[in-house]
Design a protein around this ligand. Structure first.
Ligand code: MN
Length: 193
């Protein structure tokens, strides 16, 4: 867990330096405060999933590129890469981190009963494909909650507000295939450092 926070901080600082953005500029483009960005860069803060998405969107990169520089064509990741986030009751793993050759990343989300997360719109061209493997997750879309149960799937354009919650009494787990057809570019310099 600790390692991911450090990796995230290093990645963010590297990205910002590559773009030659000051902390002020990065704050303006991501909508995340300068103080919070500084804390993340120093590995002092575990941001929420919603905050990580704001940063990824502001930098025009994929979500998992923030967590890892992995962009190999083939790799074996035995346990997935767990994201240390500040959301109680929510665990996020990158099963397949973003790969520019395929244009997608595969995340696994696990929500304990009573937990939820809401997301700002991602960039145009980003779509999400949910595959529920356990329990029932509810998806917030177009002003209402849509239950998606074990064995069911749901696809939606993610360039609109959306969110997930577990309103049941047992945990729920689902895969989220996030496809980037828009202007997202790989965070290439990360692999060289
Ligand atoms: Mn999303």
């Amino acid at each position: 867990m600790e390692q991911i926070s450090e990796q995230l901080g290093q990645n963010l600082r590297q990205l910002r330096q590559d773009r030659q953005w000051s902390l002020d500029e990065a704050a303006r483009r991501t909508g995340v405060s300068k103080a919070m960005l500084g804390q993340i860069e120093r590995g002092e803060s575990s941001p929420t999933i919603a905050t990580l998405w704001r940063i990824a969107t502001g930098f025009h990169i994929s979500y998992s590129s923030l967590l890892t520089g992995l962009t190999e064509e083939s790799s074996l990741i035995q346990q997935g890469i767990t994201l240390d986030s500040d959301d109680p009751g929510i665990q996020v793993k990158a099963l397949f981190p973003y790969n520019p050759a395929t244009g997608f990343e595969v995340m696994q989300l696990r929500l304990e009963p009573g937990s939820s997360t809401l997301s700002d719109p991602h960039e145009a061209g980003v779509s999400e494909h949910l595959i529920v493997t356990e329990g029932c997750v509810e998806l917030w879309l177009k002003g209402q909650w849509h239950p998606v149960r074990q064995g069911e799937t749901f696809r939606f354009a993610a360039d609109q507000p959306h969110g997930y919650r577990n309103n049941s009494s047992i945990p729920t787990e689902f895969h989220d295939i996030i496809h980037y057809a828009g202007q997202v570019r790989p965070a290439q310099p990360l692999t060289d450092t």
